[in-house]
Design a protein around this ligand. Sequence first.
Ligand SMILES: [Mg+2]
Length: 304
Amino acid sequence: MSLLKEEITHLLKVIKTASKITEWLRANNIIQYEKVDRSPVTLADYASQYYIINKLKELFPSDKIIAEESKSSQLISDDITLLNQCFSSLDLPQPKDFKNLLNYRGMESNRIWTIDPIDGTKGFIENSWYAIGIGLLIENQVKFSLISIPNYNGEMKIYKAINGNGAEVSSNFIDFNPINVSKINNLNQSKVCHSLHHDNDTTKKFRELAHIKINKPMESMAKFCEVASGNFDLYIRHIKNYKPKIWDYCPGDLLVREAGGKVTDLNGDPLIYKDGRLDLPTPGLIASNGLLHERSLDTINSII
Ligand SMILES: [Mg+2]
């Protein structure tokens, strides 16, 4: 195993606390900014990333870190005051060197941690689903992942996957239960989830051709969690003019595969991670229960 039992226990505490931080800020004050690409980011994205990086730096000082956000000049002293209030009300030490630590990326190493401090920031802002994702790659293979959905219909859910050891879910961060993909093998009876903000003509056409009756747009990597749990059978993502980010995909990739499903590019090949990036040679990917995979690939490839 790539991690010790006590290291996994520490990591569970880290993602639980990051989830409490984002939930505190969601309840108290969602301070929103705009990134250079005009996508939204909030104080909670920064706070969650700060907390996770700080802990990973302590726990694994010689590992490399890849994280979504970077130091921002938009953070003003009022925001830091709110952050201090958040941390004290959660009995956490006051943040130190907050802005600089957002840019900490560890050491050069073949052990790489990926952090998405809030995936689905729009969902977070709209009080809908969002996720926090942490992945560990060793020699370009995903070995471990944690995904938290802090606002899963009023519950805080956490999903854990260990390479070769299955996928599990917990609602209290203590008791974990194994999860498995569904056994549906008729495409026209399958439940499909897709990106809320990146649905397009190709994925719409896929649903038409495959006679999909139930489909749900969803925020964040929660889509992988829903497929891994068997609540949905298929997640299909067509990507146009966009380089997918490793932190968005590697935790869910391992989770679905460890729950017995399949995740591939549109050629049917496993996702390839190289030099801290997701190297996707086709314009999209499919995560499925495995049984629906080939037919889904044939169908989408007949469109694009
Ligand atoms: Mg994010």
